[in-house]
Structure formats: C-alpha cells, structure tokens
Write a protein that binds this ligand. Structure first.
Ligand code: SF4
Ligand code: SF4
Length: 435
C-alpha cells in the first residue's frame, strides 16, 4: 500500500511504525474472509482492510476522528483473526491500537459513551474497584431500568456474590517438599479473574508448586493495562504498564525469575507486546523487552518446562468429551493453539476442535458490554458450533471467554489449567461435581 506521510509526521515513532505496517498491505482482502464483523455486517468498513484505510486516512491527513470512523473502529473486536489470515504479515494489532489512541485524542464521544467507558475503565482495571462497584451495583439493580441501555446491561452483569478463595494471599508460594525449587516464576493473577474465578489462580499455583516450581505474586501488580489500552486510554494504560514493568524487573534482578506466567490469554498478549510499546522509551525499553521475553502462557510454560506427573485419582478415571475453545488472544494474538489441546489430550480425554473455531465468541475484553448486539450474535454462533461437538464440558484459556460462553450455555466451562491440575493430583473442579 502506498503511503504519503511527510518527513515531519514520520518523526513521530507511532507514525513511523504504522507507516511500515501500511506498506506491507497489498489490499488483497483475504483478511475480510475471516473477520467476524465483516461476516456479520457485510460492510467493507467493518472488515480489516476497510479499517486499515480509515486509520491510514486519519493518520496521514492529520484528520480528527468522526462519528463514522469511530463506529467502524469501535466495532472491531481486536480478535486478530485477520492477522492469522494475512499472507503479508500485516500487524493489524499495532494499527488498531494506534487508531484507537488517535480517536481518543481527537474525538469527543457523546456523554453516555464517555460515561460508560469511564465506568468500565474504573470498574474493571482494579480488583478492589471491581469488588466495591459490584457490591454497590446490587443496590441500584432494582432501579436499573432508569439507566441507559448499555449501563443497564452492565449493571445486570455485575456479580453480587464472589466465590471463596481456598488459598491464603501470599507473596511467595512454595512447594511443600523440602527440596530446592527447580524454577521460580511470577504469576499475573488478573484483575477481574482473581475476584470472580479465584480457582484458576489456585489451580495454577497448586500445579506449579506440585512440580517444584516456586510462584511469586509481587505486591502492586494488578491490571496488565490491556483494558485501558483497548479503550484507547493510553495515559492510564501506560501507568499500569510502567508500574508492572518496574515491579517485575525489580523482582527479576533481586530474586530471579525464570518466567512470568499468564493464565489469562488476553493479558498475556499485551504483556508480550510491552517490548514494542516501549520501543522508543529510553528508560523502559530494555526492561519492557525483558518482561515480554519472560512472559509465557501457562500452557506454553507447562509444555516447554515441566514433565507433568499425571495421577489417577477418584473422579478422573472417566473419559470425557471436551470441546476446546481457542481464545482469540491465544490462537491469533499469541499463535498458541495446539499446545493446550495436546496437554488436555494427555489426560486421556477426548478433545474436539469447535467448528469455525477461528471466530470470536464475542467476549473480547469489554466488547460484550460496549457492542452487545454483535457480541450476542457471535455468542449464539459459538454456542451452536460448540453443540455440534456434543461435549460434556468446554475448556479454554481466557477468563473473558469463560464468562461470555457461560452466559450462553449450561455446559460447564473451565480453564485448561484446572483440568491439568485435577489430573495431576488436584481436586475435581467445582463446576464438574455433578458430572
Ligand atoms: S481484529 Fe477481528 S474484528 Fe477486527 S478487523 Fe481483525 S478480524 Fe475483524
Ligand atoms: S490480508 Fe493482509 S495484505 Fe491483504 S488486505 Fe488484509 S491486511 Fe492487507
């Protein structure tokens, strides 16, 4: 694709990077074929190629965003299915991030929109905020009909109860065995995940400890920053990025870290991009690169580093039919697909790929809250495709997908790590107790 940035514009690092990406695009449109929003809406501007043109036009011509551009960019799920399909290696993720930051800087959204996005930014980016706001929203739930549609839907979705944690909060989790740990890793516990599904982190810690790996959860790490990053709120996102990078790098230097483990693939994708995000920042460049290099999805880490010790115990001798839902951030964002499937297969169960598995379930961070009509349609399609595999339960590696899919089906859904933990000596996951 030909570009027309001036030399002055190219002094800006973000323009410079995006220009290189635009040049790779050959307008072939293959990406449209696998784009969920293009498939549903059939508008060129609701596909990756059209969005690339919109972003290029804004950036090249120093054009502020307008209502039409914002509508089409907002409808993008950031699922990155287009990146998997693109034969030219166009990094759409970096373009859409740049486009969203430009929108945030140049476009004043309508009041309700600002209110909702502000609410999400505050409510979901810190676990303590999420907990307090969830409790408070229970008080306004009976009056939700007085609120705008989107806010009403959000209030309905906020949980009133939280599952009990079974592991006490500690900075370092050590193996019970007396021998020296074989590795030391940091775990990103996720801001919403640790409140609504603490069992995922508990299964991760138990599993790692059982295989002689020390797990550290440094104080001060909360949100990975991706929530604000995808809302285009770059200043808030940067605050989280910098704080996390400093804390983890400090831990790496002082006590040593062999990896940073993510069990929420949405967050893992962002952590792996810290190096790019700080590529021009002299103070953070080296540290951010190291954090990205250390980051591993839990399935990746287990596969590469641990000889899993599978144990037959009560309840895990039965063979189950498991549908594996590959989260977009996992398969398209991190290019991890077969690894978790093969890990689950080692438990002796039957694992099935879901038809049209490359398409998003509609979760996509805050997408199911901001674009609920499209998200509902995608969820319906996903549930229908899951049904075709006739599973007894569903496995996936991302809390957003777990929450979204659970809204559409009664089939139990759990994280891959909960299955592996169970088959290596951990307890049977609560959601499977009736199976
Ligand atoms: S990220 Fe997903 S929704 Fe957005 S353009 Fe690419 S394929 Fe379409
Ligand atoms: S598939 Fe790649 S090269 Fe082709 S239009 Fe889409 S982004 Fe451009």
């Amino acid at each position: 694709m030909e570009t027309n940035f001036s030399q002055e514009q190219l002094k800006d690092q973000d323009n410079k990077s995006s220009e290189k990406i635009f040049r790779k695009c050959v307008h072939c449109g293959f990406c449209n074929a696998t784009c969920p929003t293009y498939q549903l809406l059939g508008d060129e501007l609701d596909g990756p190629r059209g969005r690339i043109y919109l972003i290029k036009d804004m950036l090249e011509n120093n054009k502020p965003a307008n209502e039409k551009i914002v509508k089409h960019i907002d409808r993008c799920l950031s699922c990155y299915s287009c990146m998997t399909t693109c034969p030219s290696g166009v990094n759409y993720m970096h373009l859409i991030d740049h486009g969203r930051n430009h929108i945030e800087k140049t476009y004043k959204r309508p009041f309700n929109d600002r209110l909702i996005r502000g609410f999400l930014s505050i409510a979901l980016s810190k676990s303590i905020n999420f907990k307090i706001i969830s409790i408070l929203t229970q008080l306004v739930k009976p009056f939700r009909f007085f609120f705008p549609k989107k806010l009403r839907e959000m209030i309905s979705l906020m949980p009133g109860k939280f599952p009990k944690k079974t592991l006490s909060k500690m900075k370092v989790y050590r193996s019970q065995k007396k021998k020296k740990p074989v590795a030391r890793v940091a775990l990103l516990t996720g801001c919403v995940q640790k409140v609504i599904s603490p069992q995922i982190n508990e299964a991760t810690i138990r599993l790692l400890n059982r295989h002689d790996i020390e797990v550290v959860v440094p104080k001060g790490i909360d949100c990975c920053g991706s929530l604000n990053h995808h809302l285009g709120k770059s200043d808030l996102a940067n605050q989280s990025f910098k704080k996390n990078i400093s804390i983890w790098y400090d831990e790496y230097l002082k006590n040593g870290l062999d990896a940073i483990i993510s069990n929420t693939s949405g967050c893992g994708t962002t952590l792996k991009d810290y190096g790019f995000l700080f590529r021009s920042n002299e103070n953070f460049k080296k540290k951010a690169k190291k954090i990205s290099e250390l980051t591993k999805d839990i399935s990746e880490y287990l596969d590469e580093n641990i000889k899993l010790n599978f144990i037959q115990s009560k309840g895990n001798t039965k063979k189950y039919r498991i549908a594996y839902h590959s989260a977009c951030s996992m398969q398209h964002g991190q290019k991890i697909h077969d690894v978790p499937i093969n890990l689950i297969k080692k438990t002796g169960n039957h694992v099935f790929n879901i038809p049209d598995g490359h398409l998003c379930c509609g979760s996509a961070g805050t997408y199911n809250l901001l674009q609920s009509d499209i998200a509902k349609k995608l969820l319906e399609n996903k549930i229908s495709n899951i049904g075709k595999t006739n599973p007894q339960f569903i496995a996936t590696g991302n809390i957003g997908c777990i929450t979204q899919i659970a809204n559409g089906t009664k089939i139990p859904i759990l994280h891959t790590v909960e299955i592996i933990d169970w088959y290596t000596g951990g307890p049977k996951p609560e959601v499977l107790k009736k199976l």
